[in-house]
Design a binder for this molecule. Structure first.
Ligand code: 2SA
Ligand code: GDP
Ligand code: MG
Length: 425
C-alpha cells in the first residue's frame, strides 16, 4: 500500500487544499508533514445546498471528510493555542473532529515568544525583510536546528518543561533585549494546555506505519511550496521547512519506497506573498487583473498576493526535485477574459540560456525572461465539467504545459468549489 502526496509546485496557494479535500473522500488518513500555521488552505463545499468555506492553517484539510482521520506529523512546528483555536472554529462550523485528529509527540512547539521574535527579526532586516507570516515559524525551526527546541512530549514533564522554557526565554531576552513577556504565566498556561492536548498525542511513526500496514489509504498534504523550500527555494526568501518530497519522508518518518503517486499543484499563473524575487511578476494591469479576478489575498494574513504569468522554468525546477507523476492545474478560469496569455519558458543572462533556476539571487536579478504567447479563449469555463468541452485554446494552454514538463495534467480546476474540478483521462 502506498502513500499519495499533494505538493505545491510554485510559491504556494496553488489550491492544494481543494485537491486534498477532493482526494480525502476516498482516503482514511490525511497527514501534514511540514510547516505550521503559516499555511492557509481554503476549502469551499456545498453542504445541503449551502456554501461553506473552511480555512485550514495547521490542521490537515482532509478533515472536511468526516470519515478521514488527520495527523500532524513530527516535521511540523505547532503553536498549541492556535491548534485549539482552529479546532474550535471548525467545531463551530459544524465539523466535529473528535477522535479523529492526532499530533506527533515529536512535533516542535511554537510559543508566543517565537512569534514576537519573528516580528523583531523582520524589523532588523528592514528593507530586505522576508515578509513572513509572523507565526514564529523561522524562530521555532531555528531552535529545532540548534537543538534547544521543546517538543510536544516535553509538555508532559512539567518541571523539566518549565526549566527549559525559562532558559529559552532568557536566551531570547539576551539576543533581542527585554520584550514584554509573562514567562511564568505561560508556564502555567502550558500546564493546562498539556492536559487538553494529551488525548491527541501519539507516536506518529507507529501511528502512520500501523495505518499503512493495515491497508489504510494515506494522503499527505504538502504545505507552502517548492519555491519556499529551505534548500531549493529562493533562499533566503523562503520558509524554514522542507516543503519538497524529501520533507514528506523526514516529516513523517516514512521511507521513499512507500511513496506512491506524487501530485504537483500548479496555478495557471503565478502568485507570491511576501518578499523575494519573482521573475514573471506583472506590476501592470495584468498583475492587477489576476489579483482581482483571482481574489489573491493571503488565507492566513489577508495580505495581497503578488501576481504574474505562469513560469515554466520554475515548474521544471519543481518537477525535477519532486518528480511529479501528475499535475493539477488550478484557477484556469481566472485566465478566461485574457486575449493573450504569456508563459515563461526560458531565463537568459547576457544572451545565454541558464540551465535551471539559479541559486544566486544576484544572477536571478539579471535574468531576461523569454515568453511564449498563446491565444486566450475569451469565454467562461467555470461551468464546464468535461475536458472535451473546454475551448480549443484552453486545451492548447494545457497541452503546452504537458509537453514542456512531460508530466500529464490529470485535474483541471475551473472554480473554487469541490465540484469545479475536471478530470482529464
Ligand atoms: P514564514 O511565515 O516564515 O513561513 O514566511 C516565510 C515566507 O514564506 C511565505 N509563506 C507563504 N506563502 C504563501 N502562502 C502561505 N500561506 C498563507 C496563504 C500566507 C498568508 O495561504 O495565503 O496568508 O499570508 C505562506 N506561508 C508562508 C511567506 O509569505 C514568506 O515569504
Ligand atoms: P493552498 O495554500 O495551495 O491550499 O491554496 P489557498 O487555499 O491558499 O489559495 C487558493 C485559493 O484559490 C482558495 O481561495 C481556493 O478556494 C481557490 N481555488 C482553488 N482552486 C481554484 C480554481 O480552480 N478556480 C478558482 N477560481 N479558485 C480556486
Ligand atoms: Mg495557501
Amino acid at each position: 500500500m502506498s502513500v499519495t502526496v499533494v505538493l505545491g509546485s510554485q510559491w504556494g496557494d496553488e489550491g492544494k487544499g481543494k485537491l486534498v479535500d477532493i482526494l480525502a473522500a476516498s482516503v482514511d488518513l490525511c497527514a501534514r508533514c511540514a510547516g505550521g500555521n503559516n499555511a492557509g488552505h481554503t476549502i469551499v463545499v456545498k453542504d445541503k445546498g449551502v456554501k461553506k468555506t473552511y480555512a485550514f492553517h495547521l490542521l490537515p484539510s482532509g478533515l472536511v471528510n468526516p470519515a478521514c482521520t488527520g495527523l500532524i506529523g513530527s516535521g511540523l512546528v505547532v503553536h498549541i493555542p492556535s491548534f485549539f483555536k482552529e479546532l474550535d472554529a471548525l467545531q463551530e462550523q459544524g465539523l466535529d473532529c473528535t477522535g479523529r485528529l492526532f499530533i506527533s509527540d515529536r512535533a516542535h512547539l511554537v510559543f508566543d515568544f517565537h512569534q514576537i521574535v519573528d516580528g523583531l527579526k523582520e524589523v532588523e532586516l528592514g528593507g530586505s525583510s522576508i515578509g513572513t507570516t509572523k507565526k514564529g515559524i523561522g524562530p521555532a525551526y531555528s531552535g529545532k536546528a540548534s537543538r534547544s527546541g521543546l517538543r510536544v512530549h516535553h509538555l508532559f514533564d512539567h518541571e523539566n518543561f518549565a526549566q527549559k522554557f525559562r532558559k529559552l526565554v532568557e536566551g531570547r531576552f539576551k539576543r533581542y533585549g527585554h520584550f514584554e513577556y509573562d514567562t511564568e504565566g505561560e508556564i502555567v498556561r502550558y500546564k493546562q494546555l498539556a492536559e487538553r492536548l494529551r488525548p491527541y498525542v501519539v507516536d506518529s511513526v507507529v501511528f502512520i506505519h500501523n495505518a499503512i500496514a493495515s491497508n489504510k489509504k494515506v494522503l499527505v498534504e504538502g504545505a507552502n511550496a517548492l519555491m519556499l523550500d529551505l534548500d531549493f527555494g529562493t533562499y533566503p526568501y523562503v520558509t524554514s521547512s522542507s516543503t519538497t518530497i524529501g520533507g514528506v519522508c523526514t516529516g513523517l518518518g516514512i521511507p521513499p519506497k512507500l511513496i506512491g503517486e506524487v501530485i504537483g499543484v500548479v496555478k495557471a499563473y503565478t502568485t507570491r506573498v511576501g518578499g523575494g524575487p519573482f521573475p514573471t511578476e506583472q506590476l501592470d494591469d495584468i498583475g492587477v487583473h489576476l489579483q482581482e479576478v483571482g481574489h489573491e489575498y493571503g488565507t492566513t494574513t489577508g495580505r495581497r498576493r503578488r501576481c504574474g504569468w505562469l513560469d515554466l522554468v520554475v515548474l521544471k525546477h519543481s518537477c525535477l526535485i519532486n518528480g511529479y507523476d501528475s499535475l493539477n492545474l488550478t484557477k484556469l478560469d481566472i485566465l478566461d477574459q485574457l486575449a493573450d496569455i504569456k508563459i515563461a519558458v526560458q531565463y537568459k543572462v547576457d544572451g545565454k540560456e541558464l540551465p535551471g533556476f539559479p541559486a544566486d539571487l544576484e544572477v536571478l536579478s539579471k535574468v531576461e525572461v523569454v515568453y511564449e504567447i498563446l491565444p486566450g479563449w475569451k469565454s467562461s469555463i467555470e461551468n464546464i465539467t468535461s475536458y472535451s468541452d473546454l475551448p480549443d485554446n484552453c486545451k492548447k494552454y494545457i497541452n503546452f504545459i504537458e509537453s514542456f514538463t512531460k508530466v500529464p495534467v490529470k485535474w483541471i480546476g475551473v472554480g473554487p468549489g469541490r465540484e469545479s474540478m475536471i478530470m482529464k483521462s
